[in-house]
Design a protein around this ligand. Structure first.
Ligand code: GSH
Length: 236
């Protein structure tokens, strides 16, 4: 059967993409072996199982690798269809809508977030933050539409969009410290603010998400390293 057998996850504790997969695995009630990776010195296992991108997360199911967080979540949902709750809606139209919002999160939140995080001019940073805030406001509207007054994008239960956004949550919560802007507020995003409370209270979130303060320290160190690399390559 597709959903039987051994699950291993190549991940790092700070990776929001790996957090997505951990959330999906916990929500489905699946046990797995987590194999923490050192991205500064990539393991033979990671290079062998994700030779194209050489990135985490990689889920290894009965010895076969699956890469890319959203592909992995959909795989888990399909391969373990009869185990735990469904993560994607069963209705094709609702599935398409959920996929649309996950794509929106990856393009309209994540891309400008990365720019704001490493921007070396105030102008670039301000523009990127403006784009993130537009994205957050659009997501507030999406939550209103998708949730029908329930706590999650998936309604009463956590679904695909919740997992995709939830994996990023520790980074989004650290945005004020890392980029100088608070993303969720009572005035502009009351629904997302309530969503954060509901989401962080889940057992799966407690297990899968990193500590925000630890993540902020880690991200600052990483940013300093990226800045040093850029300076070196500019000088060369
Ligand atoms: N689109 C990928 C992103 C994965 C990703 O960027 N992983 C980072 C860790 S957060 C990584 O492994 N980076 C290693 C590298 O870039 O060499 C996904 O959704 O899984």
């Amino acid at each position: 059967m597709a959903g039987e057998g051994e699950l291993k996850l190549l991940s790092t504790w700070a990776s929001p993409w790996a957090s997505r997969v951990k959330l999906a695995l916990h929500l489905k009630g699946l046990s797995y072996e987590n194999i923490e990776q050192d991205l500064n010195s990539k393991s033979d296992l990671l290079l062998a199982f994700n030779p194209v991108h050489k990135k985490v997360p990689v889920l290894i199911h009965n010895g076969k690798p699956i890469c890319e967080s959203v592909v992995i979540i959909e795989y888990i949902d399909e391969a373990y269809g009869s185990t735990g709750p469904s993560l994607l809606p069963t209705d094709p139209y609702e599935r398409a809508i959920a996929r649309f919002w996950v794509d929106y999160i990856d393009h309209k939140l994540v891309i400008p977030w990365k720019v704001a995080f490493i921007a070396n001019t105030e102008e670039d940073k301000t523009e990127a933050i403006k784009q993130i805030l537009v994205g957050v406001n659009v997501l507030e509207g999406a939550l209103k539409e998708c949730s029908n007054g329930k706590p999650f994008f998936g309604g009463d239960n956590v679904g695909y969009v919740d997992i995709a956004l939830g994996g990023l949550l520790a980074f989004l919560q650290g945005t004020e410290e890392l980029c100088g802007t608070k993303l969720f507020g009572t005035a502009n995003t009351p629904l997302l603010l309530a969503w954060v409370e509901h989401f962080t209270a889940l057992d799966a979130a407690k297990v899968a998400l990193p500590d925000v303060n630890k993540l902020v320290v880690f991200a600052r160190t990483r940013r300093a390293r990226i800045a040093a690399t850029i300076n070196v390559s500019v000088k060369n």
